[in-house]
Design a protein around this ligand. Structure first.
Ligand SMILES: C[S@@+](CC[C@H](N)C(=O)[O-])C[C@H]1O[C@@H](n2cnc3c(N)ncnc32)[C@H](O)[C@@H]1O
Length: 264
C-alpha cells in the first residue's frame, strides 16, 4: 500500500522515444509494449568505467565548485584504483548513459543548480531542447547558486544548440502553471532533483511523470543521501513498484541515483 495519498494521474500517452521503441507498421498488431530496452541494459553503461571517464570529462569543461572538485578527484581516484571493476554510478553517469541511447530531443529538469546535469545531457545531445525549473536557493549546499546566466554560459561550453527554457520559482507552483499552458508537451527525459523534502519530491514526481513519453526516462537523484533517506522509499512507492516502468538504481555508494523507462 502506498504511504502517500498523492499519486501521478496518468492518461493515454501517444508520444514515443523512437530510438528505443518498436512500433508495428500501420494495420499490423502491436503485440509487445513498444519499449525495446530494459533499464538494466542501460544501467550497465551507467556503471561502466567509460561512463566515469566521460563524467570526468564533462566536469572538466565546467566552472568548478567545491562539490565538483571533490567529485572530479573521486572519479579520477576510482578509475585509477579500480578501473573496469569500479562499478560506480551517479546522476552524471546515468544521464550520460541515457542520453546516448535515447537521443533526447526534449529534456525537463527540476533542480538545475549550476548546470552540471543539464550540461551532461547536452554533452551527448547538443540539439536537445532543455526545460529548466529552479528557484535558485541562495548559497545552496554552501555554494553560489546564481541562476540562468551561469547555467547558460555552462551550456555554451558543451556546445548546446537547442532551445533553453528557464522557469524560475517554486516548482510546486511553476510546474502546474507550465503544464496547464503546454498541455501537449511530453518529454524524452526528465530529472527530478529539486525539493528534497519527502512531500516536495512526491509532488514533483506526481507533476512530471504523466508527461514522460513512452520509452522516456525519469531520473531521481540522492536516493541514499544520508540527509534524505526517505527518498529511496518515495522512488520505490511511486516508480519502482509501478509496472508501467522498468527501473534501475544504485543505492550503495555515493548519494545514490535511480532511473526508470516508461513502458506504457
Ligand atoms: C541538488 S540541486 C540540483 C543539482 C543539479 N541537478 C546537478 O546535478 O548539479 C537542487 C536545486 O533545486 C533547487 N530547488 C530546491 N527546492 C526547489 C523548489 N521547490 N522549486 C524549484 N527549485 C528548487 C535549488 O535551488 C537547487 O538549485
Amino acid at each position: 500500500m502506498l504511504a502517500t495519498q498523492q499519486t501521478p494521474q496518468y492518461s493515454v500517452m501517444d508520444q514515443f522515444v523512437e530510438s528505443i521503441c518498436y512500433r508495428a507498421p500501420e494495420n499490423r498488431t502491436q503485440w509487445y509494449p513498444p519499449l525495446m530496452r530494459s533499464a538494466e541494459s542501460l544501467g550497465k553503461r551507467a556503471i561502466s568505467a567509460d561512463a566515469a571517464e566521460d563524467a570526468l570529462a564533462v566536469l572538466r569543461k565546467l566552472e568548478p565548485d567545491d562539490y565538483s572538485e571533490y567529485l572530479s578527484a573521486y572519479y579520477a581516484e576510482g578509475i585509477r584504483r579500480f578501473g573496469a571493476n569500479w562499478r560506480y554510478a551517479d546522476i552524471v553517469t546515468v544521464l550520460l548513459a541515457l542520453a546516448v541511447d535515447l537521443k533526447p530531443k526534449s529534456y525537463l529538469e527540476i533542480g538545475v543548480r549550476r548546470g552540471r546535469s543539464v550540461c551532461t545531457v547536452a554533452s551527448k545531445a547538443p540539439a536537445c531542447d532543455i526545460y529548466m525549473f529552479d528557484m535558485w536557493v541562495a548559497n545552496y549546499a554552501g555554494m553560489e547558486n546564481p541562476g540562468e546566466s551561469l547555467v547558460s554560459s555552462e551550456l555554451d561550453k558543451v556546445s548546446h544548440t537547442g532551445k533553453r527554457v528557464f522557469t524560475n520559482g517554486n516548482s510546486h507552483s511553476t510546474l502546474k502553471t507550465f503544464f496547464r499552458q503546454n498541455s501537449d508537451l511530453a518529454f524524452d527525459m526528465i530529472t527530478v532533483d529539486g525539493d528534497h523534502t519527502r512531500n516536495g519530491a512526491i509532488e514533483d514526481l506526481c507533476d512530471v511523470l504523466p508527461r514522460l513519453k513512452i520509452g522516456g526516462a525519469v531520473v531521481f537523484d540522492d536516493i541514499c543521501h544520508p540527509k534524505h533517506r526517505y527518498l529511496e522509499d518515495v522512488w520505490k512507492e511511486l516508480v519502482v513498484n509501478d509496472n508501467r516502468f522498468t527501473s534501475w538504481s544504485c543505492a550503495d555508494i555515493g548519494y545514490g541515483v535511480g532511473f526508470a523507462l516508461r513502458k506504457w
